[in-house]
Design a protein. Sequence first.
Length: 118
Amino acid sequence: MVRNMVVLNETYFGAFLNSPNIKVISNLILLLTGVGYGAISIASNASYIANFDSPVLQNVLVPLIFILFGLLSAFITKIGLALLLWAGQEGWAAKRCSRKSIWLPLLRCFPGCWVSHT
């Protein structure tokens, strides 16, 4: 399916967007990306986190803050990419993606999102 989406086959985009679990999968990918951003931040700032005196700060509060900011970063990235996709469609006067597909982070990597789905 992904191969056919990359080569701009409209029927596969329609099947992909009409699958019942697409919103759940999209949100799960966004959640995992945000947690991944937070985990990378924790790993890169491990010496800073270890300098706190309180074990609650070291083990709970500061890592939780990093993960929350990772989730926020992933959400802001999703919004920014959606706006970039919209601006690209307006600038190139391309066929518009459906309103449903513009908010799906799964489609950001596929150039076939320029193809109409409706």
